[in-house]
Design a protein around this ligand. Structure first.
Ligand SMILES: O=C(O)[C@@H](CO)OP(=O)(O)O
Length: 327
């Protein structure tokens, strides 16, 4: 295993689950962080909790909220954020942090209605506001009325100051973890440019390659492959273990970070992923069982029978919600 010396600055950007922060707040000396480099996938072996002791919280390990009994199956909901102000203007957005339009707010609320009977134990979002707005708005529709709470682990103070002291209140909450690794693909020099004008200037085919191919990056930006290196690594290291522990997870993220995760879940080839395009605000459901992901499409409505026929646990949960609302 190669050992690479990483600067404070670099560690800050690698380990932050949240918005960028100053690593020097935590680190007094440069660290030698062991890293495993593979041609296929660049994996950061030093986890956040190894590097910054006790400042980045892992839900399973630290049990921030409700502790769960183990199950061999879990639900995974993926949602691309609702329409943003730059989707509306047809601008390349990438990592630029723009909010939702009013239509996007409505899409997020509608998405929330469709999944309102599906239990959610844990939410992951990107660090961008359009994904966070989508997750929060969707959860306003949930029948359990649990409160989604963003975990702030970017500093010891942020973590301490946002501590919840009532166990009962914690049980009525859903932890929300914001991770930059789930951000939209960095669109390089296309960010802020109009998509139609860019196609007129560089040709439709070239722009289609930049937008949908797997290997070809836009000028000075990330290809889908590069986006997958961070998004899929994050999924494998932080989200899959939660599913394996029986926690139902919702991920609110972006067109391309989710395309890369779906490519991984559905085992798509680099050719197949070029025709995968995600609509804004449409939830997609997967069931994780015995280490495998099963695609269950998009729930069309909150009471859609099909969704609850997929697993006994979901059906029982739904029954309990119905019973509670009758009382
Ligand atoms: O502009 C962007 O960031 C993305 C998503 O809106 O665009 P594209 O459709 O090209 O992936």
């Amino acid at each position: 295993m190669a050992t690479t010396t990483i600067s404070h600055q670099a560690i800050g950007s690698i380990v932050s689950h949240n918005r960028p922060f100053k690593a020097s707040l935590f680190l007094k000396e440069p660290l030698n962080v062991p890293m495993k480099l593979s041609p296929k996938r660049f994996k950061i072996e030093a986890t956040a909790s190894q590097v910054i002791d006790n400042t980045v919280l892992s839900p399973s390990k630290n049990k921030p909220f409700e502790s769960k009994k183990r199950s061999n199956e879990a639900a995974l909901i993926l949602i691309r954020h609702g329409e943003s102000l730059w989707n509306e203007k047809n601008l390349f957005t990438g990592c630029v942090d723009v909010p939702l339009t009013q239509k996007g707010v409505g899409e997020a609320i509608e998405a929330g209605k469709k999944i309102s009977n599906i239990p959610v134990d844990l939410i992951f979002t990107s660090s961008l506001i359009r994904a966070q707005m989508t997750a929060m708005l969707a959860m306003t529709q949930h029948r359990r009325k649990k409160v989604p709470i963003i975990l702030h682990n970017e500093s010891v103070k942020a973590k301490t100051w946002s501590h919840v002291f009532s166990e009962e209140t914690r049980k009525q909450s859903i932890p929300v973890i914001a991770a930059w690794q789930l951000n939209e693909r960095m669109y390089g020099e296309l960010q802020g440019l109009n998509k139609k004008e860019t196609a007129e200037r560089y040709g439709t085919e070239q722009v289609h390659e930049w937008r949908r191919s797997y290997e070809i990056p836009p000028p000075k930006g990330e290809s889908l492959e590069m986006c997958a290196e961070r998004a899929v690594a994050y999924f494998e290291d932080n989200i899959k273990p939660e599913l394996a522990s029986g926690n139902n997870v919702m991920i609110a993220a972006h067109g391309n970070s989710l395309r890369s995760i779906i490519m991984y879940l559905d085992d798509l080839t680099s050719q197949e992923v070029t025709s995968l395009d995600l609509s804004t605000g449409i939830p997609l459901l997967y069931i994780f069982r015995d280490g495998k992901f099963m695609k269950r499409g998009s729930p069309v409505g909150p009471t859609e029978a099909g969704v609850y026929a997929y697993t006994k646990r979901l059906a029982q949960y739904r029954e309990k919600l119905d019973e509670a609302s009758l009382n």
